[in-house]
Design a protein around this ligand. Structure first.
Ligand SMILES: C[S@@+](CC[C@H](N)C(=O)[O-])C[C@H]1O[C@@H](n2cnc3c(N)ncnc32)[C@H](O)[C@@H]1O
Length: 501
């Protein structure tokens, strides 16, 4: 069970106060009515399984239970007190003390996953991992129903507190591997009234934690009437409210657009492969990455897999070092280049997806991947696959961009989006840079390796870019703090612990 996290600055009666109001208060009732409108047909299916992530004091689970459609009810929360209150309300629910980034349930085990007023609090370092977890536990036909706070323009007031606009929420969910079925603001009328009185969603502080206070008769009458009207309006599939301090989304797991990186690297195969020979900073980084991977792997014999092998530069070198090499790549042309480079291993160099490796468990001594994980749709799944195919005691050597480095931040946040925009208007020349799915910091990436059961042994920073090669080489050799700060790539070596005998 996950450790309980510190909830800072919550009043001692926080959960009991919510528990007291959430069954009857017009705001909670209205929010559930709106959720019901969005879920529509999904609430008509029998024998479903639902997970409420951040279930709080159990009001939502109790409501879902009352629909009679759920054979399995589950909830997780990071507060033991909240779980106790949920248990009192829904004694048959499976409950666990856990956060969204480590959901203790099996893959594809829920038809519905709910996330109410939780997304805005997820620390930004854990956002990608949390969305991947939500998607992992959802059945391919299932849906995520999400409620968070909303505004016209997104705002980030703290690493663990944000307000979303529809565009940002949509982009976040799509990056996490979801397709949006519905997205709408809610609570429009009362939010407009609030705005007039200078009220907008704000960072929880000593005086406010977003718990609606006790409501008088008039407030209840008006509030429930207005939210009831919004719920009725939203029953129609094509309607959305353009304003409100609450945002709802209904999203389903996206089918995997496998063609993305495959098509891109088909087109770019020869050009990319030639960069290895170039005297540019890019060429320097590729050669440095290859040399580092080779050094970390060492000499054979043994079985090694290169996942996302590109044109086969690394497999060729590993073959020279006495390894029995296998390689996969999603791009047909990259595979053809690799086969041409190492014809004697032709049969073992084939097309394949690093998120679904076509190999049995534990059949390699080493799995290496350089420059490929950043294109994975489901990074956790890809790391899980690399771990699965190495034997206990075997190693995983993986490169990953340092998305916290100033150069990479500028490249991902400014340069690539600008190029994509221009190419959309005038699609000439080279294809647009591939969107990256997971802009994780090195620490968050290392945590994912550890979450897959690997033990990180060494991290080699590579770079810096975009300095001219001569300067870059000097910095890289110096091993100085400056070199580390300017590094744009990391090569990490980790091992899968040998099983206890
Ligand atoms: C930047 S290149 C790196 C190639 C080589 N590993 C290297 O270090 O030079 C990325 C490679 O990953 C491959 N790739 C991207 N997504 C993949 C996936 N899901 N499964 C397998 N290969 C993938 C691309 O086709 C491409 O050849």
């Amino acid at each position: 069970m996950a450790e309980q996290r510190e909830l800072t600055a919550l009043p001692p009666d926080y959960y009991r106060s919510i528990a007291r109001v959430e069954q009857q208060h017009w705001w909670h009732c209205g929010m559930r009515d709106i959720a019901a409108s969005l879920l529509e047909g999904r609430l008509a299916r029998d024998c479903q399984a639902v997970l409420d992530v951040g279930c709080g004091t159990g009001g939502y689970l109790e409501w879902l239970k009352a629909t009679g459609r759920f054979a399995r009810l589950a909830g997780i929360d990071i507060s033991a007190e909240a779980l106790e209150l949920t248990h009192e309300r829904v004694p048959d629910a499976e409950l666990a003390l856990a956060g969204a980034s480590e959901i203790p349930f099996a893959d594809q085990s829920f038809d519905l996953v709910a996330l109410n007023d939780v997304l805005q609090h997820i620390h930004e370092d854990e956002l990608a991992a949390s969305l991947a977890e939500l998607r992992r536990v959802l059945h391919p036909d299932g849906a995520l129903i999400l409620r968070t706070n909303g505004a016209h323009h997104s705002r980030r007031d703290a690493a663990d507190w944000r307000v979303y606009d529809t565009q940002t929420l949509r982009a976040e969910l799509e990056r996490g591997g979801f397709s949006i079925e519905r997205i709408t603001h809610a609570n429009a009328v009362l939010s407009a009234w609030g705005e007039l009185r200078g009220r907008a969603p704000r960072l929880p502080g000593a005086d406010s934690h977003g718990i609606p206070g006790p409501a008088g008769g008039l407030a209840t009458a008006v509030g429930s009437r207005v939210l009831g009207l919004e719920a009725r309006l939203l029953r129609s599939h094509d309607r959305a409210l353009p304003f409100g301090h609450t945002l709802f989304a209904l999203a389903t797991p996206a089918s995997r657009p496998r063609s993305g990186p495959g098509e891109f690297f088909d087109e770019e195969s020869v050009r990319y492969d030639n960069v290895y020979e170039a005297s540019s900073a890019g060429g320097f980084i590729l050669r440095a990455r290859l040399a580092t991977a080779l050094q970390l792997i060492g000499d054979g014999p043994g079985n090694v897999l290169d996942a996302g092998m590109g044109g086969g530069r690394l497999v060729e070198e590993l073959d020279r070092c006495g390894w029995t090499v296998s390689g996969v790549d999603i791009s047909e042309r990259m595979v053809a280049l690799a086969q041409r480079r190492l014809p004697k291993r032709r049969e073992s160099l084939r097309q394949g997806d690093l998120e679904a490796l076509p190999f049995d468990d534990e059949c390699f001594d080493v799995a290496v991947t350089t420059g490929a994980l950043e294109y994975a749709i489901d990074l956790r799944q890809a790391i899980g696959e690399l771990t699965r195919v190495v034997r206990p005691g075997g190693r995983v050597v993986a490169s990953f961009p340092d998305y916290a480095a100033p150069f990479t931040v500028a490249q991902m946040r400014l340069w690539y989006p600008a190029v994509r925009l221009v190419k959309r208007a005038a699609p000439i020349g080279r294809p647009s840079p591939q969107p990256r799915e997971h802009l994780l910091s090195p620490v968050a990436f290392a945590r994912l390796l550890e979450a897959a059961g690997l033990v990180v042994d060494s991290v080699v920073p590579l770079g810096p870019r975009p300095l001219p090669q001569v300067v870059a080489r000097r910095f890289a050799r110096s091993g100085s703090r400056v070199a580390e700060l300017l590094a744009t790539q990391l090569v990490i070596s980790a091992h899968r612990p040998a099983e206890a005998s």
